[in-house]
Design a protein around this ligand. Structure first.
Ligand SMILES: [Zn+2]
Length: 335
């Protein structure tokens, strides 16, 4: 299945996408099978503490996800029942939520590891590991935010190995499934220039593609047109879907587009601190002088800018960035 997907979508270029994990949907309600897996020594658990993931820094300065064995979980007594993630290469993965005390215990067992924000490290991890952590983190967030029924207020109970909530009030019994907030993200182009913006909370000089959440009653394309108008007062002539990305920060799915503007007229909207057109010839100069930083490589925004830059110049944006500035100097706290 995965090989076929690779040939029909560019989304596999995006971090957290195309994860080769059989999600074992048919086994989510098979408690006996799950108990058998949790008794096996080759089953792996993904510990999550306050939405942070356990990682270890390698000698090569990249990061490895740290998965634990079920025997270690028994010592920890996880807050919730393990959430079934799926299987890859005969290894079954579950996610487990742990509290502060359990975190301390776990770090004693793994003194060279730490709990970290996946968003900051995912670019330096193996894609499969980053994808598994993103999947686990998204479910963890949804479970944490839906502990009570939205209809009657009674406590929810986790079912289907962590993929379904059922209200404990028998008269209500409302079911809830994992929620995802769809969002659009757009590289707007006009001739040899592209439109990038920045939020005031971002690191200095960081610019990225424009983005926003879908509103009720909108198609993806409706949201693209509205957001670009709201954020930059730019009218669009064409819209082309490029790829998508799961974005569990905290619960989004990003649909990426490249759009063509009618003109370069623009105004900075209320949501952004700055919006500017960047010509393809000035981008290398600005990068070399450290006056502009491109989006983080983990995000689909980087892929959209890279695709446009490749179309314009025949060169890779990543190569240009590597040549222009040591990675250690680039800010890493924004999208
Ligand atoms: Zn209820």
């Amino acid at each position: 299945m995965s090989a076929r997907i690779d040939r029909i979508t560019s989304s596999t270029l995006n971090r957290f996408s195309g994860v080769r994990l059989d999600r074992l949907v048919e086994l989510r309600d098979d408690l006996d099978w799950q108990q058998q897996q949790l008794a096996k020594d080759n089953t792996r658990l993904v510990p999550l503490w306050r939405s942070r993931c356990l990682v270890k820094r390698n000698a090569s300065h990249d990061y490895a996800a740290v998965f634990i064995k079920p025997s270690q979980l028994q010592q920890l007594n996880s807050i919730r029942e393990p959430t079934l993630l799926g299987q890859n290469n005969e290894i079954v993965y579950f996610a487990v939520t742990i509290n502060d005390q359990q975190r301390d215990q776990l770090l004693k067992q793994h003194a060279d590891c730490r709990f970290a924000d996946l968003r900051l490290l995912a670019g330096d991890m193996h894609p499969l590991e980053a994808g598994i952590l993103a999947y686990a983190k998204a479910l963890h967030y949804w479970q944490h935010r839906h502990t009570f029924c939205g209809t009657c207020g009674a406590a929810n109970q986790l079912k289907s190995a962590g993929h379904r909530m059922v209200c404990s009030n028998d008269e209500c019994a409302r079911q809830t499934f994992p929620r995802i907030d769809p969002a659009i993200i757009v590289l707007v182009a006009h001739g040899d220039s592209c439109l990038l913006g920045r939020q005031s909370s971002w690191a200095p000089n960081r610019f990225s593609t424009l983005a926003g959440f879908l509103e009720p009653g909108e198609s993806l394309e409706d949201a693209v047109v509205r957001e670009i108008w709201e954020e930059a007062r730019v009218r669009l002539k064409t819209i082309s879907y490029r790829s998508s990305q799961p974005w569990p920060f905290p619960a989004s799915a990003m649909a990426g587009f490249i759009a063509e503007a009618e003109s370069r007229d623009y105004e900075v909207g209320e949501e952004l601190e700055d919006v500017r057109w960047f010509s393809v010839t000035e981008i290398p100069e600005l990068l070399i002088r450290g006056e502009v930083f491109m989006p983080n490589r983990v995000s689909i925004a980087f892929q959209l800018v890279s695709e446009w830059y490749r179309q314009q110049t025949g060169h890779e944006l990543a190569t240009l960035i590597n040549q222009s500035l040591p990675a250690s100097k680039a800010p890493d706290n924004t999208c």
